[in-house]
Design a protein around this ligand. Structure first.
Ligand code: DX5
Ligand code: ZN
Length: 227
């Protein structure tokens, strides 16, 4: 992959979530797992869409100096459009917004117009029918396998029926869209998600909270490739 190349759609990708990293040693932690990182997943929380706050454009622009990976920014925000330009300038490559905030078509178009790749995310209790109308407008469909807001939660296996439904529809329409899962992905659930049709695996705790994060990411890749 060249600088920030997202790679061909549909290919297995490991996307470590920096939410579980030590923010005091972020550059070092991100560098340590670089060899097993396809996309770097950046969780942005606004304290409104989710009951937590995390990081924003300044951290992304600092990290940009230490990583050439595709920065996959997950915007858990009620008003993401206020910040698209700031994310893009900071070095974000893709921005994923949540379908639950409404106005998806206009927001996706606005993000794309400034050169971002775009994604649409759905919470575990949001049906596939809510995102289905926008499949032709996105590069990434993110199906949350936990309720967003916190790392370290348990993978909700029930979401796999929605992942299967989404994969079947993407195949039926031959759409070049990456299908991403996020939340509780670990050594036990990575294969479950890939078998259901996911090709981008976000993992925070299962990488950064392990004694050897590089090995943990490599293990997830192996388990996901072996299905
Ligand atoms: C949850 C975030 C996830 C989270 C994943 O709101 O969107 O990306 O950091 O963390 P783990 O892998 O620990 O569930
Ligand atoms: Zn996320």
């Amino acid at each position: 992959m060249t600088f920030a190349d997202p790679g061909p759609p549909g290919q297995l990708r490991i996307a470590p979530s920096i939410l579980a990293a030590d923010f005091g040693a972020l550059a070092e932690q991100v560098r340590a797992i670089d060899a097993e990182t396809d996309w770097l997943h950046v969780d942005v929380m606004d304290g409104h869409f989710v009951p937590n706050v995390s990081i924003g454009p300044p951290v992304i622009s600092s990290l940009r100096r230490y990583s050439e990976r595709f920065f996959d920014c997950h915007l858990m925000m009620n008003e993401p459009a206020r910040y698209f330009g700031a994310f893009q300038k900071a070095g974000a490559n893709g921005c994923t917004i949540h379908v639950e905030i409404g106005d998806s078509a206009a927001l996706l178009a606005e993000a794309r117009a400034i050169g971002l790749r775009v994604g649409l995310a759905a919470n575990p209790d949001t049906p596939f029918s809510a995102v289905a109308p926008f499949l032709g407008d996105v590069d990434v469909l993110l199906l949350m396998t936990v309720f967003p807001g916190f790392g370290g939660q348990r993978f909700i296996t029930d979401v796999m029926s929605k992942v299967r439904e989404a994969r079947a529809e993407l195949t039926r329409q031959a759409l070049p869209v990456d299908l991403e899962v996020d939340g509780g992905v670990d050594e036990d659930t990575a294969g479950v998600a890939v078998r259901a049709g996911a090709n981008v695996l976000v993992a925070g705790s299962a990488i950064f909270a392990r004694a050897d994060p590089l090995l943990a990411a490599r293990t997830l890749r192996r388990l996901a490739s072996d299905v």
